[in-house]
Design a protein around this ligand. Structure first.
Ligand code: SF4
Length: 526
């Protein structure tokens, strides 16, 4: 007799009472709740996409969507693994009721139903709201970085595109010569006129040339934008997924990336809005997010918590107009406590022994704008030396894609000032300047609000709620790189993942509530 446990069911053993798929999946199992929740959704919009007249009967879209979403709950994103699971894993077999689904079907399905998936995401959100899991009292907004399906080394600069186009021109010449030589030989041999069709190699070269010309145009625009920002390095265009942008990775280094965003209700960490941006400009997405949430749930969030990048003038003003409280650490340049520039009379200089405490701007490495006090009645700034910076001129500028007018204030007492080395940049020969636009008072008011203990306490709630979905999606689900290419497909992939995340939370909640009711019923029965 072996010491080790004997097999319970031998490979050749017949069972006396055959089991059903339903017997194998226990009551209250996640897959049962998922199936129940998804059956409760409206699938007519999905089904309307099918012909329903000809061909082999298709697998119902609800079943394929359930497989993809249940796969996400089980940390499976690969369509090939999902195909394997539908033939070998009892949960999946129960879900599909024995149908196996080919990986190509799953792949095509994932990108085909973007509009319908959005409806499903919203439907589940409304269900969560009905269950009291979404309250829209506080919503956090944040973005993260996820790598595009494009190697770090597969990027082009304008110079590289230029070189490739020249190589292609030479290749064209060779291919045309070759084609003419073959045509002439065939005409001579068969006495026939060769068809005027383009040889396949040449047609392929034409496609490549078209792509390179488009890349050249995109890079010219990107290079011009970088020059305007004062950046000297050339723009890089990912060559495999040209919708992505070369951005810093969260783990360090640079790579073609996308910026997925998520708005999360802080009550139970449900995602109420999901989007993907091709670049890092997530602050421009904050107000549209509030409008989309209102569109879906019929009400705006009472408060929005977002990181400091979002505390832009337009966002502050737009959220105020929508009556949404906004909590975001502000880098506004109003002098704050601990800054020796804060003094009763700004016309008096800051004592010399306090100069080392004057804040330095991390960007310019010179005295920060917060060292300069604005006096609205005089329309004048005062510097730490108590010297005035009167209004000099207005000039046009562009901020976050919007045209604005900047008021420039200039000091004319900088020559010989002992603080000049720490205050005036080498490029600025005419004295220190400070600029102000029409939204500066709004930014300063917001900064003053964010310094209050109440605002800081509210803002601190952002960290848990805002980061939890990203933690699950990136760490547990392993979504650190998109599988699909192109912005629209990547957006759909992100929406599937966020729908999976919300579904998981709903399943947990339903399971918890059922266990609670069962316990209460058992208590009453005793
Ligand atoms: S350099 Fe000019 S602006 Fe700066 S502290 Fe001196 S006087 Fe004031």
């Amino acid at each position: 007799m072996s010491y080790f446990a004997q097999p319970i069911l031998g490979r050749k053993q017949f069972v006396l009472i055959p089991t059903t798929l339903d017997d194998v999946v226990p009551e209250g199992h996640d897959v049962r709740i998922l199936d129940e929740l998804l059956r409760g959704q409206d699938w007519s919009e999905w089904e309307a996409e099918y012909c329903l007249v000809r061909g082999q009967p298709p697998i119902p879209p609800r079943v394929v969507a359930s497989v993809i979403l249940y796969g996400l709950l089980r940390r499976i994103r690969s369509s090939r693994v999902l195909e394997y699971m539908t033939g070998h894993n009892v949960d999946f077999m129960w879900l599909t009721e024995g149908r196996t689904i080919d990986h190509t079907t799953i792949c095509k399905f994932r990108t085909r139903f973007k509009k319908q998936l959005k409806t499903l995401f919203r439907g589940l959100g409304r269900l969560a709201m009905t269950m009291g899991l979404i309250r829209l009292g506080e919503v956090t907004f944040d973005g993260t970085r996820v790598k595009a399906n494009n190697s770090r080394y597969e990027t082009w600069t304008a110079a590289e595109v230029e070189k490739r186009l020249a190589e292609l021109e030479a290749e064209f010449g060779q291919l045309l010569d070759e084609s003419e030589r073959v045509d002439a030989a065939e005409d001579e041999r068969f006495g026939l006129q060769s068809p005027p069709a383009l040889p396949p190699e040449l047609a392929d070269a034409k496609v490549r040339q078209q792509r390179l010309l488009e890349a050249q145009k995109q890079l010219a625009e990107a290079d011009a934008a970088r020059r305007r920002e004062g950046l000297k390095t050339p723009a890089q265009l990912p060559s495999t997924d040209s919708d992505s942008t070369v951005l810093p990775n969260k783990e360090g280094g640079y790579a073609p990336n996308y910026t997925p965003t998520a708005a999360v209700d802080t009550h139970r960490d449900f995602i109420v809005d999901a989007e993907v941006l091709p670049d890092a400009n997530e602050n421009a997405e904050l107000v549209p997010m509030v409008d989309r949430v209102e569109d879906v749930f019929g009400q705006r969030p009472e408060a929005v918590l977002a990181d400091g990048l979002n505390a832009t003038g337009p966002n502050i003003v737009d959220l105020e107009q929508r009556d949404v409280e906004f909590f975001s650490p502000s880098s506004a340049s109003e002098a704050s406590e601990g800054n020796p520039a804060v003094r009763a009379d700004p016309r008096q200089p800051v004592p010399e022994e306090q100069w080392p405490k004057l804040p330095i701007s991390p960007h310019t490495k010179k005295l920060d704008k917060s060292c300069f006090v604005f006096v609205p009645e005089e329309n004048m700034y005062y510097c730490p030396r108590g010297e005035p910076l009167p209004f000099e001129k207005s000039k046009p500028d562009v901020r976050q894609g919007q045209k604005i007018r900047l008021d420039v204030y200039r000091c004319d007492a900088c020559v010989g000032c002992p603080l000049a080395g720490r205050c005036v940049s080498d490029k600025n020969q005419g004295g220190r300047t400070i600029t102000r636009d029409h939204l500066t008072p709004d930014r300063e008011r917001h900064a003053a609000k964010m310094r209050t203990p109440e605002a800081r306490t509210r803002y601190a709630r952002r960290f848990h709620a805002g980061e939890t979905p990203f933690g699950w999606l990136k760490h547990v689900l392993g979504l650190r790189q998109f599988l699909l290419r192109g912005l629209e497909k990547v957006r759909t992939e992100w929406l599937w993942a966020c729908t999976g995340y919300n579904l998981r939370k709903l399943i947990l909640e339903v399971g918890r509530l059922r266990a609670k009711f069962a316990a209460v019923a058992a208590d009453e029965g005793n």
